[in-house]
Structures are given as C-alpha cells and as structure tokens.
Design a protein around this ligand. Structure first.
Ligand code: DQA
Length: 149
C-alpha cells in the first residue's frame, strides 16, 4: 500500500513565528513547529509535505496541486477572515481539510471571530499554540482513516 500523503499549509506572516507578537503566538519558530510535525509523521508512518506562503494565489495553487492527498491541515492566518477564494479552493478539492490556529480566534478582536474558510473544513482547532498543528494532523488522520475516537 502506498504511504498516505498529508499536507500542512502555513499562511501569511507565519514565517515570522518566534519573534512575531510572542505574547500572542509564543516563542516557537516555524522551523520548530515543522520539526514537531515531521516527528509526528514518522510516528504514524505517513508522508508529510509542509508549505508556507504569504500569497493567496500560491496557497490556492498548493491546495489544487494536492487535491487528491489524504488530508490537508491549513492555518490560513489572516486569510481565514475574508478569503472566499481559499474557501472555494478548499471546497473544490476532494482532500479533507482541517483548519488550525495558534491563538484562540474566538477570544480576540471581533474581526477574528469569523472564519470564512472553516465553512469548507471538517473542523477547526484554535488556541493551543504550536500543539494546534499536532492536534490538526491527528484529527485529519483519524478522519481519513475513519477512526471515531
Ligand atoms: C492566526 C490567527 C489570525 O487571526 C491571524 O491573522 C494570524 C494567525 C493564528 O494562528 O492564531 O496570522 O491564524
């Protein structure tokens, strides 16, 4: 059986993690998060590809390119709150998608409470810092493998 391939997409400004508003996003860098994710992928014997982009179109192209993968974990960052184009891309592919956020978007400014992109996702994980990504990867794996717990 070929290895299941999963994708993680980090949206805009997440390349600055570690120094970007650490009181909100913590001190963990994107490289450290990616290392954690690769470790997790090894544990579960899955193939994992990780992307980061500050450009909406590039994020959409990445979703299209991986349209048939086993699952996508995405932190659309600020695009979460207004990108109908990313929502349409998520809805347009067969790969199931889980949305993650480092911060609890429901606890912050009012404009962050609304997620346009989550409408196309299996679910959303928000507020657990870097661990949100690990939870997201586990959630999408369980969904794909039809594990109910
Ligand atoms: C974020 C929350 C967004 O509102 C914000 O624009 C981000 C990061 C998070 O992971 O908490 O860039 O997606």
């Amino acid at each position: 059986m070929p290895m299941e391939k999963y994708i993680v997409i980090h949206g805009p400004n997440l390349n600055l993690l570690g120094t970007r508003e650490p009181e909100i996003y913590g001190n963990v860098t994107l490289d450290q998060i990616n290392k954690m994710l690769y470790q997790e992928a090894k544990k579960f014997d899955i193939e994992l590809e990780i992307y980061q982009s500050n450009f909406e179109g590039e994020i959409i192209d990445t979703i299209h390119k991986n349209r048939e993968c086993a699952g996508i974990v995405i932190n659309p960052a600020a695009y979460t709150h207004y990108s109908i184009a990313i929502l349409d891309a998520i809805k347009g592919v067969t790969a199931p998608v889980v949305e993650v956020h480092l911060s609890n978007i429901h606890q912050r400014e009012e404009f962050r409470e609304k997620s346009v992109t989550a409408k196309g996702c299996i679910g959303q994980i928000s507020g657990f810092g870097a661990f949100s990504y690990i939870l997201g990867l586990k959630a999408i794996m369980n969904h794909t493998r039809n594990i109910q717990y």
